[in-house]
Design a protein around this ligand. Structure first.
Ligand code: KIV
Length: 264
């Protein structure tokens, strides 16, 4: 099987082929996820919650992200590898360049992900101008949980929906090559996915995005309080490989998320 690149993902969007993405934080899970056909591995800063046991992603450091990204990169065969830039590691463009350099040079990431809209346009421009592929992240931005007042659906009213549409288009124009939409009403996510030429990957954003992402520990039923938009794919199956394959299969045929996982 050929390596997945950003061109593969762009082609999948054009052809209407759904992209299956999962988080991954260590080498051990990589073979099962790749054999299941996962296209994109995301070393998410959600590792702060599911691996490190924190109540938010804020304590995650750049050293942690480089370490976990390198663990995944060592085992990676064909999947595209994205690493999150952790909280306060991209507060201005110069710092963002230094962060991305470490994640790509030491960690082996193919792309970096950052949270935010208008306030990040300058940084996205600067990163992509220096050849750093950027995935943007709108909707619920976990690094801003204390500003948002909790983990809630975003873009549910007219003004915030309009701001998200504008941010999405502006991030694409600034050079972002991919976008994650988290906890966004399905209708808004469908509209944004239709308007952008870059792949839009949803988590709690309905089934009409160009692909889906979930936290691996949710997919394996390890999370004590399962988010409403997630699903335990290991339930009723005998192995992690089977669970991952069921996730990929459901994403590919548009069967995940089901109605019960769609937020309104
Ligand atoms: O950190 C993470 O795992 C993420 C996904 C939830 C998209 O950003």
């Amino acid at each position: 099987m050929k390596n997945v690149t950003i061109s593969t993902l762009a082609r999948m969007k054009r052809d209407g082929e759904k992209i299956a993405m999962l988080t991954c934080y260590d080498a051990g899970f990589v073979p099962a996820l790749e054999q299941a056909g996962v296209d994109v591995l995301l070393v998410g800063d959600s590792l702060g919650m599911v691996v490190q046991g924190h109540s938010s992603t804020l304590p995650v450091t750049l050293d942690h992200m480089v370490y976990h990204t390198a663990c995944v990169a060592r085992a990676r065969g064909r999947a595209f590898l994205i690493a999150d830039m952790p909280f306060m590691s991209y507060a201005e463009p110069g710092q963002a360049l230094a962060t991305a350099a470490r994640l790509m040079k030491e960690g082996g990431a193919h792309m970096v992900k950052l949270e935010g809209g208008e306030s990040q346009l300058h940084t996205v421009k600067s990163l992509s101008g220096q050849g750093v592929p950027v995935c943007a992240h709108l909707g619920l931005q976990p690094q801003s949980v204390h500003r948002l007042g909790g983990y809630r659906v975003q873009g549910a009213d007219g003004d915030s929906a309009e701001a998200m549409r504008k941010d999405a288009l502006a991030l694409q124009a600034a050079g972002a090559q991919m976008l994650v939409l988290e906890c966004v009403p399905a209708e808004l996510a469908r509209e944004i996915s239709g308007r952008l030429c870059i792949p839009v990957i949803g988590i709690g954003a309905g089934r009409d995005c160009d692909g889906q992402v979930l936290v691996l520990y949710d997919v394996l039923g390890l999370t004590p309080r399962m988010p409403r938009f997630a699903k335990d794919f290991l339930k009723g199956r005998g192995s992690i490989a089977e669970a991952a394959a069921a996730y990929v299969n459901d994403v590919r045929r548009g069967a995940f998320p089901e109605a019960e996982q769609v937020l309104r």
